[in-house]
Design a protein around this ligand. Structure first.
Ligand code: GRF
Length: 209
C-alpha cells in the first residue's frame, strides 16, 4: 500500500512540484501525493496539484484562532487518511497541539543548514553572517522553530556577489533534490523519527503491528 502523503503550502509550490515530478518518474518510493492543502486561496501550488489530479483544499487561517485552524487541517488530513505531512513553504507557525498529533509524521524543508539560520529569511541571515557555505535541510518538526531531527541536508556555496535572490535560487535547486529523497526514504522505511517506528496515529493505537 502506498504511503499517503499530504503537502501543506502557502505559495508558489516549487517544492511541491519537485514531489509531483518525482512521483511521476517513480522516484517517491511508493509514496503517493494524496492531498495538497493551502492556507492561501491563490497559491500557485494549488494549480500545480490540480493539473495532476491531486485533490486540493484551501483552509484559510484568516479569521480563525490557531487551534480552530489546525483542527480543520487535521480533519482534512485525517479524512484523506494521510500518513505523512510535508510542510513545503507553509508559512504558518504550528502549535504544539498540531505538532504532537503528527509527531514523527511531520517534516519540513528549510533553506539553511540547520541548526544555522532557523526562522524567516534564512538566506538573508546567511549572507549577513558572511558564511561561505549554506544549504538546505529536511527535518522532522518538533515543538521548536526549525529544531527537529535532521533527515537530509545539502550544502550550497555562497559566491562573491551573491544576492538573496541568486543564493535562494541555487539553494532551491538543492531543496528540490533532497525533499523527494527524504519522502522516498520515509516511504521505504529508511527514515524514521528517533530511529524507531513513527509515532502511531490515534487511529493506529491498539492495532496489532
Ligand atoms: C522554500 O525555500 C522552503 O525552503 C521554504 O519556503 C520556500 C518555499 O518555496 N520553507 P516553494 O513554495 O516550495 O517554491
Amino acid at each position: 500500500m502506498a504511503l499517503r502523503v499530504g503537502v501543506l503550502i502557502s505559495g508558489r509550490g516549487t517544492n511541491l512540484q519537485s514531489l509531483i515530478d518525482a512521483e511521476g518518474r517513480g522516484a517517491l518510493g511508493g509514496a503517493s501525493l494524496a492531498l495538497v492543502i493551502s492556507n492561501r486561496p491563490g497559491a500557485a501550488g494549488l494549480e500545480r496539484a490540480a493539473s495532476r489530479g491531486i485533490p486540493t483544499r484551501v483552509i484559510e487561517h484568516r479569521g480563525l484562532a490557531r487551534p480552530a485552524f489546525e483542527a480543520q487541517l487535521t480533519s482534512a488530513l485525517e479524512e484523506a487518511r494521510i500518513e505523512l505531512v510535508v510542510l513545503a513553504g507553509f508559512m504558518r507557525v504550528l502549535t504544539t497541539g498540531f505538532i504532537r498529533r503528527w509527531k514523527g509524521r511531520l517534516i519540513n524543508i528549510h533553506p539553511s543548514l540547520l541548526p544555522a539560520f532557523p526562522g524567516m529569511h534564512a538566506q538573508r541571515q546567511a549572507l549577513a553572517a558572511g558564511v561561505r557555505v549554506t544549504g538546505c535541510t529536511v527535518h522532522f518538526v518538533d515543538e521548536g522553530v526549525d529544531t527537529g531531527t535532521v533527515i537530509a541536508q545539502r550544502q550550497v556555496a555562497v559566491r562573491p556577489g551573491d544576492t538573496e535572490e541568486t543564493l535562494s535560487t541555487r539553494i532551491l535547486e538543492q531543496e528540490h533534490r533532497i525533499l523527494p529523497e527524504a519522502v522516498r526514504g520515509y516511504a521505504e522505511g529508511t527514515v524514521r523519527h528517533g530511529g524507531g517506528k513513527p509515532t502511531p496515529a490515534p487511529s493506529d493505537v491498539g492495532r496489532r503491528p
